[in-house]
Design a protein around this ligand. Sequence first.
Ligand code: FAD
Ligand code: NAP
Length: 339
Amino acid sequence: MTVQWQEQVSLKPYNTFGIDVKARYFSQAQDDQQVRQALSQAHQQGLPVLVIGGGSNLLLTRDIDALVLHMASRGRRVLSDDGERIVVEAEAGEPWHPFVQWTLAQGYCGLENLSLIPGTVGAAPMQNVGAYGVEIKDVFAGLTALDRETGELREFGLADCAFGYRDSVFKRNPGRWLILRVRFALSHSLQAHLDYGPVRQRLTEQGATEPTAQAISDAICSIRREKLPDPAELGNAGSFFKNPVVSAAQVERIRAHYPGVVAYPQAEGQVKLAAGWLIEQAGWKGRREGDAGVHRLQSLVLVNYGQASGAQMHALAQRIQADILERFGVELEMEPNLY
Ligand code: FAD
Ligand code: NAP
């Protein structure tokens, strides 16, 4: 069987920045067989393959001289339920937020803080997606990936994934592993994580003193909708920079000049700085250069007002990085994957 590829396809609908570059070839994979077929055909033709999900963590700076393989596999299932712990599995192409809502509708707790993150299940382990104090490593039960070097299937447990802050073994070895399906360990009883940002306050305002997982999800969705631009209306890839983790001594040096610096203590005496705060202090919030800009409400989010190219977005990001380094002595690392 030969999988049909389209030629010279615009990737604008396939990346949330809305960058208009072309893929030399484009194809979708709905199951493992189509994945293998596409990889094998590309291999025979000596073509590289770029796997994408929802395109919500990409910055495309040029035409992609490769086969772009869009993961469109669907399926979610309960693998086990012992009355307390439930293991669910979802295919890589499942859209993330509807999957989270499905788990909540079944009464399964654990993914509520990760509501309204765009993208797919298969990409979530790439950067150990996290929000409001929860990361997928906290509910991770395993995944199945295809080793693109050997063509063999491999099962990954928690330790194998080397999850870190917006990081994993998959992110550190780009193109090596194609994630086919992911498993999550959820619970019938709620362990609420409310002490992050305005979550508790929002629930209190709504009179939810003992909130359900669905109520937490709803509160987080409402906070996110107020603060973050909807990619359907304004192109963006969420947080553009990771929050830098620096030494306590460096924070004290910054605090001497900026007493209001926003910093969160981490393990081993390290401190996480809010990158958005640094960018705002440096005067970038709401700034616009052509169609590339910094969002007016959340300075960690770079936005495409319409016609910005990936190179223009990248150039703006590099100017911000240079400015933050000069002012604060802090290096900002990009979060989206650059192609
Ligand atoms: P893509 O952008 O399609 O791909 C990302 C990377 O993963 C690429 O390198 C791609 O090659 C690779 N990849 C994709 N699928 C696979 C696969 N099946 N196997 C192997 N590699 C694969 N992130 C957070 O962590 N927390 C947030 O709260 C959050 N909020 C966001 C809010 C907005 C408005 C936006 C636009 C983004 C946000 N993000 C957030 C970033 C992004 O949504 C997540 O990182 C998401 O998991 C990316 O999924 P995707 O399917 O869109 O990946
Ligand atoms: P926020 O609530 O304004 O907080 C600003 C920053 O401070 C966040 O980046 C967060 O770090 C950190 N923070 C807040 N409370 C904290 C606490 N109690 N302990 C440690 N760190 C704390 O952030 P926001 O921009 O509205 O985003 C809310 C959540 O959604 C955050 O967790 C954020 O990571 C996530 N989010 C991620 C993306 C993305 O693309 N990656 C996009 C939108 C939102 P952390 O980022 O390290 O959590």
